[in-house]
Design a protein around this ligand. Structure first.
Ligand code: NAP
Ligand code: ZN
Length: 348
C-alpha cells in the first residue's frame, strides 16, 4: 500500500479538504501514474453534493486525469515508465458480466467508476484524480498523443469523449446541422469536435456573451435561447441537438428545432424528471435519447482524433487549494471553459 494525498468531500454540505488515503501497490496488470493535472467536471459537483443521491463519503472526485507512468506490473505490455497517459470516468467494467461488449463498455452493469464506486474486490472504494497518484488496470489507461499539452488535454477524458461519442453515433459530419446546447465544459468541446468532423455547428446558449468565443472555436452560428425569436427562426432546422445543460429546460421547445427524423441527445444530467409531450415527438418522427461518456476503445479513438486535429480544451489552471471557489464559479458559468487542477499544488 502507498499513501496518496488528495482533496476529499466528507459530507454533501462541507467544502473539499485535504485527505490522505491508501492506493494499492501495482498488481501484474496495473499501471501506477503520477497525476499531473485533473479537470473539474460538473459531475464532480453533482456527486459530492449528493444531487444524484448516490454519494458514499469520503469522496476524492476527479475523472479527467492525466499524468506520467511511474511503474508497471509484470504483465503490462502497452505502457512503460515515463509515458504520458490519461484515465477517464471508469477504471474497470464487466465485473461479473455474462457477456462483455467492448464497444459499449460504459453501459455494462459491472462498470466501476473512477470515484464514488467500488472496485472489483467488492469492498475498496475507488478514489479519483484530485490526488497525487492512482493505480489503474492497463486496459483502462489511455495514451495521450505527443503533440497535445497535458494540462489542456485533461478535459478530453470526460468532456471530450462525452461529446465525441454521440457526435459519431448520430453521424455528425458534412451536410449535417448540429446544435450544441450550452457552451460550458462539455459544450465547448462539442463545438470544436463537431466542427472538426465537418458538421455545420450552431451554439444555443442562454445569452450572446460567449458568441465571439463560440465562433472562434468553430461554430458557424450562435443564438441566444433567452430570445423567443430563436425558436421561431430555427424551427425544424437540426439533424442533431446535443444538450449539455445540467438543469431543467423547456424540452418541448427544443424538440421543435429538430428536422424530420432529427434527434435530441441528453448528456447534461438535471436532478428532475424530463416532461415531454407526445406531440413534440410524433409529428417529425423525432427522437429523444441519452448518451454516457464512451468506451475505452472510443476514448482512445477520440484522443487520436484530437491529436490529429490539434484539439484540446480551453482551460483555466488552478491550485487544489482553490477548488471550493472553483466549484462556485462553475455553478455561475464563470469559467472559460474548464478548470484544470495543477496537482503540483498539492505539495505547496
Ligand atoms: P458546465 O461547464 O457547468 O456547463 C453547463 C452549461 O450549461 C453552462 O456553461 C451554460 O451554458 C449552460 N446553462 C444553461 N442554464 C444554466 C443554468 N441555469 N445553470 C448552469 N448552467 C446553465 O458543466 P459541464 O461540466 O459541461 O457538464 C454539463 C452537464 O453534463 C452536467 O450535468 C454534468 O453532470 C453532465 N455530464 C454528463 C456526462 C455524460 O456522460 N452524459 C459526462 C459529463 C458530464 P450557456 O452559458 O452557454 O447557456
Ligand atoms: Zn465528467
Amino acid at each position: 500500500m502507498a499513501l496518496a494525498r488528495g482533496y476529499a468531500a466528507t459530507d454533501a454540505s462541507k467544502p473539499l479538504a485535504p485527505f490522505t488515503f491508501e492506493r494499492r501497490e501495482p498488481n501484474a496488470d496495473d499501471v501506477a501514474i503520477s497525476i499531473q493535472y485533473c479537470g473539474v467536471c460538473h459531475s464532480d459537483i453533482h456527486t459530492v453534493r449528493n444531487e444524484w443521491k448516490n454519494a458514499v463519503y469520503p469522496i476524492v472526485p476527479g475523472h479527467e486525469i492525466v499524468g506520467v507512468v511511474t511503474a508497471v506490473g509484470s504483465d503490462v505490455t502497452k505502457f512503460k515508465v515515463g509515458d504520458k497517459v490519461g484515465v477517464g470516468c471508469f477504471v474497470d467494467s464487466c465485473v461479473g458480466c455474462a457477456s462483455r461488449d467492448l464497444d459499449n463498455e460504459q453501459y455494462m452493469p459491472g462498470l466501476v467508476q473512477t470515484y464514488n464506486s467500488v472496485e472489483a474486490d467488492g469492498k475498496t472504494a475507488t478514489q479519483g484524480g484530485y490526488s497525487d497518484h492512482i493505480v489503474v488496470k492497463e486496459g483502462y489507461v489511455l495514451s495521450i498523443p505527443d503533440n497535445l499539452p497535458l494540462d489542456a488535454t485533461a478535459p478530453l477524458l470526460c468532456a471530450g469523449i462525452t461529446l465525441y461519442s454521440p457526435l459519431r453515433h448520430w453521424n455528425a459530419g458534412p451536410g449535417k446541422k448540429v446544435a450544441i446546447l450550452g457552451m460550458g465544459g462539455l459544450g465547448h468541446m462539442g463545438v470544436k469536435i463537431a466542427h472538426a468532423m465537418g458538421a455545420d455547428v450552431t451554439v444555443l446558449s442562454h445569452s450572446l456573451s460567449k458568441k465571439e468565443d463560440g465562433l472562434k472555436l468553430g461554430a458557424d452560428h450562435y443564438y441566444a435561447t433567452s430570445d423567443a425569436e430563436t425558436f421561431t427562426k430555427l424551427a425544424g432546422t437540426f439533424d442533431l441537438i446535443i444538450c449539455t445543460v445540467g438543469v431543467a429546460i423547456d424540452w418541448n421547445a427544443y424538440l421543435g428545432l429538430l428536422k424530420v427524423d432529427g434527434s435530441m441527445v441528453i448528456v447534461g444530467a438535471p436532478e428532475d424528471a424530463i416532461p415531454v409531450h407526445a406531440f413534440s415527438l410524433i409529428p417529425g418522427r423525432r427522437s429523444l435519447s441519452g448518451s454516457m461518456i464512451g468506451s475505452i476503445k472510443e476514448t482512445q479513438q477520440m484522443l487520436d482524433f484530437c491529436g490529429k486535429h490539434d484539439i484540446v480544451s480551453e482551460i483555466e489552471t488552478i491550485g487544489i487549494q482553490e477548488i471550493n471557489e472553483a466549484y462556485e464559479r462553475v455553478l455561475k458559468s464563470d469559467v472559460r471553459y474548464r478548470f484544470v487542477i495543477d496537482m503540483a499544488s498539492l505539495a505547496a
